[in-house]
Design a protein around this ligand. Sequence first.
Ligand code: MLT
Length: 268
Amino acid sequence: MTVTTSDGVRLWVEVRGRGTPLLFVHGFPLSGELWSGVAEAVGDGYRTIVPDLRGHGRSEASESASMARYALDLVEVLEAAGEKGPVVVVGLSMGGYVAMELLRRAPERVRALVLVDTRAQGDTAEAARGRQETAERVLREGSEVAGDPMVEKLFAPGAPAPLRDRWRAIMAATPPAGVAAALRAMAVRPDSFGTLASAGRPVLVVVGEHDAITPPDDARRMAEATPGARLAVVAGAGHMTPVEQPERFVALLREFLTGVESPDGWPR
Ligand code: MLT
């Protein structure tokens, strides 16, 4: 379905199934395609809601973006999808940054959190400067400027060439306006350790053992900062755990969801 946000941007959202609502948030500069296999495999009893963030996939771009705006978009997507209560939010990398922003801004919307190949710390001044420069180059020269150097870092060593090619193409198809806006938004995102410390709900942290963008140490720091969080390091995966090790990822997600839904609450 499409959802028009309060500032007039049309977002594409894939919704399927019935049951416990799961909201999946993709990373940069990817699309909801990242979650298609997982959304299908998670099985009966779940309603999966998979938006393309503004400026990504089939969603329109806006001149600028921010973590706050992406998070508000998610709230508006949930409303349009008829979800009135809290949902389980699953975010990968930039999708994790947005998920943590959603927890800050609309905690009543977050039942539990799955943070995948992401991190809680904000950018260093140097990294933020680099992002601003890349954003300018992307607007002048095209999205490949950001996507091509990322391809080598996305996957574990030895990942099949067709997988790399597919995601290189998806990143290249992300419009420059969407890529630049996301880079600028990430450059000024806040640190989220305090948010995790007071999360007060079930949190699962997942990371690929070979993640070269948000390495296992970042995941460990997040899990340590979050009371009761679980950490899963997935063998044979890089930064794209859900597409590199889908069966393992779905098994971890299902196990987590069972804990979230169990009458005894989240087993620690
Ligand atoms: C992502 O995968 O979403 C980005 O690489 C995250 C980042 O650049 O910080």
